[in-house]
Design a protein around this ligand. Structure first.
Ligand SMILES: NC(=O)c1ccc[n+]([C@@H]2O[C@H](COP(=O)([O-])OP(=O)(O)OC[C@H]3O[C@@H](n4cnc5c(N)ncnc54)[C@H](O)[C@@H]3O)[C@@H](O)[C@H]2O)c1
Length: 438
C-alpha cells in the first residue's frame, strides 16, 4: 500500500519506519529541513533504540522516501497518517491543534477521493469532526477521515509500533475500516486486537489512557508524601498493594514523577477540553494529579536546600536528564526542571546522561555537561539520580564515593540498592522512604 506519514517527530519517524518494515511504500513528509535532511541521510535526529538501525535499512530497501511537502507523488497515496505535534498552548492548558489543522487543510488540497486520512496525533475530543468538515470543503468531496491513536512509548517505540497491544480506530466509513485493516494486516495476523470505535471514543481513548497512567503515578507519589511524614516506606507500600491484581504493580514506582511530551500536556489538555464541554468537574481530579506530580520536583529542591544550606557555589551532579531512560527527550523532564531550579538558586549543576547532552546544550546551556560519569561527580556536594538509566543502577558506590566531596545521593527514582550504598558510607535520601539516616 502507498502511504504518507505527515510530521516526522518521535511518533511520525517511528511510524514511517514501521510502515516500511510492514512492506508498504512510505513517503515521509516533514517541513523542518534540518530534520528532513538528517532522516533522508539515514540518521535519526533523536535517540530511539532500534529505530536508528531500522531507518537506514528502510531507506535502502527503497520502501521509505522523504519530501518536505506534498506533490503529485504523495497525492496518489491510498492512506495518509497525520503525526504532527499537539503541544500545550502557550499561556493555556489546552492542546494546541494548529499544526494538525494546518496539516489536514494542506493535505485536503492534494488527496484523491478514495484516500483515507488517519489522524494519529493526540487531540482533544471533537477535533476530528471539525477537521473532516474543513477537509471536505477544501477537497470538494467527502474525505474519509479516521482517528487511529498511537500508544507507543519512547524507548521502545519501534517495538511498540510493530507489536502493539491493540490497534484502535475510530471511523465514519466502512472504507476507512477496510483500508486501515489492510495497512495493519501483518500485525493483525499475529492476533493483535483491532478495535473499531466511533471517532469521539477513539480520540478519547488516548487521553483517557494517559490520564489513567498519570493518575497511577501520582497516586503512589501522594502515598510517598504521606510516607515521608509518617515513617512509612512508599516503595514497600507499592509492592504490597501491587500484588492485588486489580491494582497491579506497573507504573507504581514512587519518585520525581512523570514528564515528557505526552502525559503532562495531555492531562492538562483533557481538563481544558472537558471544561469547554461543560464537564470540567468530571476530570477536575487531574489538576491534583498534575499538582502532586509537580510537588515531587519541589520536594527535591527542598531536600537539596536542607542538605546544602545555601546553594550558592555548591556542586550538584544530576545523573540523567531525559524524562525517561533510553530516550533523549527533554520535554517537561523532571530532572531538567530540578537542575534549572537548582542553578537559579546558585548551584553549579553538572549533568551526566548517556545520550541527552547534545540536545541539552541547546535546550539549557547554563547547565554543565560531562560525558564521563566519574568526572561528572568529582567534587560533588550532592548527587541526584534524576533518570533511571541502567548505568546508574550499576554504579559501584565505593568507587563513586571516592570522587565526590560529600557522599549524599537523592535517589529520585528509587532504583538504587540502598543497603549497598549505605554500606559504602553514603547517605541515601530515597523519595517516599525513610532510609536517609542509614
Ligand atoms: N512522542 C510520543 O511518545 C507519542 C506517543 C503517542 C502519541 N504522541 C502524539 O503524537 C503527536 C506527535 O508527537 P511527537 O512526540 O512525535 O511530536 P514532535 O514534536 O516530535 O513531532 C512533530 C513533527 O511534526 C512536524 N510538523 C509540524 N507541522 C507540520 C505540517 N503541517 N506538516 C508536516 N509536518 C509537520 C514538526 O516539524 C515535527 O517534526 C502528538 O500529538 C503526541 O501527543 C506522541
Amino acid at each position: 500500500m502507498k502511504v504518507t506519514v505527515i510530521g516526522l517527530g518521535y511518533l511520525g519517524a517511528t511510524h514511517a519506519v514501521a510502515m516500511a518494515e510492514l512492506g508498504h511504500e512510505v513517503i515521509g513528509i516533514e517541513p523542518d529541513s534540518k530534520k528532513l535532511e538528517s532522516l533522508a541521510a539515514g540518521i535519526l535526529p533523536f535517540h530511539e533504540p532500534g529505530l536508528d538501525a531500522a531507518l537506514p535499512k528502510a531507506i535502502s530497501s527503497g520502501k521509505l522516501t522523504f519530501q518536505s511537502e506534498h506533490n503529485e507523488n504523495s497525492a496518489s497515496a491510498d492512506l495518509h497518517f497525520i503525526c504532527v505535534g499537539t503541544p500545550q498552548t502557550k499561556g493555556s492548558d489546552a492542546a494546541d491543534t494548529t499544526y494538525v489543522v494546518a496539516a489536514a487543510k494542506e493535505l485536503a488540497k492534494w488527496i484523491k477521493p478514495t484516500a483515507v486520512v488517519a489522524g494519529k496525533s493526540t487531540v482533544p475530543v471533537g477535533t476530528a469532526a471539525t477537521l473532516k468538515t474543513a477537509m471536505t470543503e477544501i477537497a470538494g468531496f467527502e474525505v474519509h477521515l479516521a482517528w487511529n491513536p498511537e500508544f507507543l512509548r519512547e524507548g521502545t517505540a519501534l517495538e511498540d509500533s510493530l507489536k502493539p497491544d491493540r490497534i484502535v480506530v475510530g471511523t465514519w466509513s466502512q472504507h476507512s475500516v477496510d483500508v486501515l485493516r489492510e495497512v495493519y494486516a501483518p500485525i493483525l495476523a499475529t492476533g493483535t486486537p483491532f478495535l473499531e470505535l466511533d471517532v469521539p471514543t477513539a480520540e478519547l481513548v488516548k487521553v483517557a489512557a494517559n490520564a489513567f497512567l498519570a493518575t497511577k503515578i501520582s497516586f503512589i507519589n501522594a502515598m510517598a508524601e504521606v510516607a515521608e511524614v509518617s515513617g512509612a516506606d512508599a516503595v514497600a507500600l507499592a509492592r504490597a498493594i501491587g500484588y492485588d491484581e486489580r491494582i497491579g504493580n506497573k507504573f507504581l514506582r514512587t519518585g520525581i514523577g512523570f514528564g515528557g511530551g505526552c502525559l503532562p500536556k495531555d492531562i492538562r489538555g483533557f481538563v481544558a477540553r472537558a471544561e469547554e464541554l461543560g464537564v470540567g468537574s468530571a476530570v477536575d481530579f487531574l489538576k491534583d494529579v498534575d499538582a502532586v506530580n509537580l510537588r515531587r520536583r519541589d520536594k527535591v529542591v527542598e531536600l537539596a536546600k536542607s542538605e546544602l544550606g545555601s546553594l550558592t557555589g555548591k556542586a550538584v551532579t544530576m545523573l540523567g536528564i531525559s524524562f525517561k531512560p533510553d530516550s533523549d527527550d527533554l520535554r517537561d523532564s523532571p530532572a531538567l526542571e530540578i537542575s534549572q531550579r537548582l542553578t537559579a538558586l546558585g548551584a553549579k549543576v553538572t549533568v551526566h546522561d548517556p545520550v541527552s547532552l547534545t540536545p541539552l546544550a541547546t535546550r539549557s546551556p547554563e547547565l554543565y555537561r560531562e560525558e564521563d560519569l566519574l568526572k561528572a561527580a568529582t567534587g560533588a556536594n550532592l548527587v541526584i539520580l534524576g533518570t533511571e538509566w541502567k548505568h546508574y543502577r550499576e554504579i559501584d558506590p565505593i568507587e563513586f564515593g571516592k570522587v565526590v566531596s560529600t557522599k549524599t545521593i537523592i535517589d529520585g527514582r528509587n532504583v538504587l540498592d540502598v543497603p549497598k550504598w549505605q554500606a559504602a558510607g553514603w547517605r541515601v535520601i530515597a523519595l517516599g522512604r525513610n532510609v536517609h539516616n542509614g
